[in-house]
Ligand binder design. Structure first.
Ligand code: ATP
Length: 252
């Protein structure tokens, strides 16, 4: 089943064609990487998918529901979460509190409300705290629960961002350069984490410059150049596509 469909998406900023007539479909449970040179339109695409940018033209469907013009909080509630290229955490809150705040995004609709409504009621905050610990364990941050987010080492701040995205109970997780600024060991740890998230049944869309990571974990790769989709397919096909080599990989 396709969980996301983008039809002829276009986003212009004045005379700048950031995204031009881009279409693709994403299958539920896949890891899809968006690659392309600087300024190709990758972040603008994420901004359109999450309601941060309003498309100039085109349609976006999430689980067959059109979300093209919905505000970002509504899209988050429906089940699309993201991390940012520049980490955005509540720096004056603890690691645990950062995750708990994200869980509140879905309290009205998600698992937590179902537990509470189901009569298995203990204490809302206690349930949320326990669940938050599970997310911290998943990303390997359980020993940092009471650390102030601003005091976390950089690589762990990126993991916390991922935990926060997961805590919204989103079906699609958008990761914007999750390994930016990481050393090779941290990068392979994030690679394992992304595989674990896939095993949870999540769909992952990834903007990533590390080609080893992209080729290793992606089910499909979409290549943008100057706002236009120039290739799409399994990693092996994309890697050998002459247009892609010319536009991107050849310049590495
Ligand atoms: P990078 O890899 O450098 O992050 P990108 O592929 O994410 O690049 P975008 O950031 O989406 O590319 O930018 C695509 C184009 O749109 C660029 O020419 C950029 O300057 C332009 N652009 C993006 N956001 C805006 C904006 N808010 N106002 C004007 N132009 C913008």
């Amino acid at each position: 089943m396709y969980i996301l469909e983008v039809r002829q998406l276009t986003k212009h900023f004045g005379g700048i064609k950031a995204i031009e007539d881009v279409s693709f479909k994403i299958k539920e449970g896949d890891i899809v990487s968006i690659i392309g040179p600087n300024g190709a339109g990758k972040t603008t695409l994420f901004n359109c998918l999450t309601g941060i940018a309003i498309p100039t033209k085109g349609n976006i469907y999430f689980m067959n529901m059109e979300i093209s013009n919905l505000p970002s909080h509504r899209i988050a509630e429906l089940g699309i979460a993201r991390t940012f290229q520049n980490i955005r955490l509540f720096s004056e809150m603890t690691v645990l509190e950062n995750v708990m705040v994200s869980q509140h995004t879905r309290v009205k609709y998600g698992l937590i409300s179902a537990i509470i409504r189901g009569g298995n009621y203990r204490n809302k905050e206690q349930i949320i705290t326990e669940k938050a610990f599970e997310y911290l364990e998943l990303v390997g941050l359980e020993n940092y629960a009471n650390t102030m987010a601003s005091n976390l080492p950089y690589g762990n701040q990126r993991r916390l961002e991922i935990a926060r995205a997961l805590a919204t109970e989103a079906k699609i997780i958008l990761l914007d350069e999750p390994t930016a600024g990481m050393n090779p060991i941290e990068t392979s740890e994030v690679m394992s984490l992304i595989k674990k998230i896939k095993e949870l049944g999540k769909t992952i869309i990834l903007i990533e410059h590390d080609m080893r990571l992209v080729m290793n974990i992606s089910d499909r790769v979409i290549v943008l150049d100057h706002g236009v989709k120039i290739a799409e397919g399994p990693p092996e096909d994309v890697k050998n596509d002459p247009l892609v080599i010319e536009a991107y990989l050849g310049r590495e």
